[in-house]
Design a protein around this ligand. Structure first.
Ligand code: EPU
Length: 420
């Protein structure tokens, strides 16, 4: 087990940082590779543990997968699906493995996967995924923690999602591209990762319209072919570095970040008195004056992303005045608040809201990363705190950030990795 030891900075972060490919875009794209016998080549793939787990899952199903971590390219060929099932070993390691369900249903008419359990941030059911499959003619049976899906003739249908779930939208798209007829997803998620999946599927020969809006229409085709695709930059990694520049009073340039995907983050940073400029070389983020307190509410895209909520709580903890954060997407995503309190933050949680009274300064402490974004928030607080902070359970952080310590060091941070 490793931990990060971070020494608080006197001066802000400075320099350039390269943003990697998006974790949450690449996972459904890898699942989509199961939809064809041909070779698919996916570029700009971040070498993260979650990607390796998805690759292992595809291998266990009979696909040939090669992950060149240096070049950040994954090639997949699922010439045959040996078994349309993921065992606990391979699939139990991450929730996103359930995205293989839609692709397997589309390709083989059946799928068997472990029901993803709850996690630190909420119960995270998959009822909306299953409702979509059911409308498309699939039967589902749950036994011993496994979901078994079968569909003799998968057909299109009209599916209204009670909530614009990212995973349900992706899973239904994956099933619908090879189903008979037209599928319409209403109240669909509009996240950039959905459009990236749609772009890849279209390159494979799928017919999809309306991605990026709340109504997605998919017309099933007989078969799909191989394709080459470059994954979009990770907007949450970019947002995390932007917040790091903000909290330290730094001035950094993000290479390969997409401004259009970061509008809600940029707007909220501006309210905090943090400036952003889109330059030819990348996105410049800097702060000169004091941080201002703000109110924010997490929402499905294009609202403020729940995956940036923890990092903003760190920022609010040192912004003079009272800030309020309301989390509407996940029911239990304030685990970081308790850890931030150890560092001297003044935060009160009342159900889905957090009231943050900005303090003069934070102090280093021993804290624990409880989940991916909570861990990132702790690194940001540690950069702004006085003294050393030890962050344990950093495997959570490394599930979603490629070489975060290395990238921060390049920007002048003192962060090292030690054995626990
Ligand atoms: N929900 C249901 N039923 C469902 C599906 C979702 O009630 O069938 C609820 C969830 O419990 C949650 C809300 O709907 O309260 C949103 O869940 P959603 O399905 O949109 O999230 P997800 O697909 O499970 C993805 C990202 C998350 C990100 C959310 C929201 C991936 C692999 N994960 O999860 O990323 O927070 O969308 O934007 O794409 C992260 O990267 O740290 C992370 C947690």
């Amino acid at each position: 087990m490793e931990k990060f030891v971070v020494t608080g900075m006197e001066n802000g972060l400075r320099g350039r940082v390269q943003i990697s490919g998006s974790k949450n875009a690449v996972l459904p794209i890898l699942a989509a590779c199961l939809l064809t016998q041909d070779i698919c080549e996916i570029r700009n793939v971040p070498p993260l543990l979650d990607v390796e787990h998805m690759a292992e899952l595809l291998c266990a199903m009979g696909a040939k997968v090669d992950f060149d971590k240096e070049k950040e390219i994954v090639t997949v060929q699922a010439e045959e699906i040996a078994q349309a099932e993921g065992n606990y070993e391979a699939a139990g390691k991450m929730r996103a493995s359930f995205l293989a369900a839609g692709a397997l249903l589309g390709r083989c008419g059946q799928a068997r996967l472990p029901l993803p359990g709850g996690c630190q941030i909420g119960s995270r059911p998959v009822d909306l995924h299953l409702k979509g499959f059911q409308i498309m003619g699939a039967k589902n049976r749950q036994e011993h923690g496994m979901v078994e899906l079968t569909a003799k003739n998968l057909k299109g249908g009209e599916i209204y999602l009670d909530f614009p779930s990212v995973g349900a939208t992706e899973n239904i798209m994956l099933a619908a591209v090879l189903a008979k007829g037209k599928t319409v997803i209403q109240n669909a998620a509009a996240e950039p990762e959905i459009s990236d999946l749609a772009d890849f599927l279209r390159k494979m020969g799928a017919e999809i319209e309306g991605d990026g809006t709340d109504t997605i229409t998919i017309t099933g085709v007989r078969e799909l072919h191989g394709a080459v695709h470059t994954v979009i930059p990770d907007r949450i990694e970019a947002g995390t570095f932007m917040t790091a520049a903000a909290i330290t009073g730094g001035d950094i340039l993000l290479e390969h970040a997409k401004e259009e995907h970061l509008k809600p983050v940029i707007a909220k940073l501006a309210e905090c008195n943090v400036k952003t400029e889109n330059t030819e070389d990348g996105l410049r983020v800097y702060r000169k004056g004091k941080l201002h307190p703000i109110q924010l509410k997490t929402m499905p895209y294009p609202g403020f992303p729940t995956d940036m909520q923890a990092q903003f709580m760190s920022l609010m903890a040192v912004a003079k005045g009272t800030s309020v954060i309301t989390e509407t997407v996940f029911e239990n995503r304030f685990m970081h608040a308790g850890e931030l309190q150890r560092m001297g933050a003044d935060i009160k949680i009342d159900s889905r809201s957090a009231v943050i009274e900005g303090v003069e300064g934070l102090t280093g402490a021993k804290v624990r990363a409880t989940d991916l974004r909570a861990g990132a928030a702790l690194i940001l607080s540690a950069l702004a705190a006085k003294g050393d902070t030890e962050i344990s359970d950093i495997y959570h952080i490394e599930r979603g950030y490629h070489q975060i310590d290395e990238k921060l060091r390049q920007l002048g941070a003192e962060i090292r990795r030690e054995e626990e």
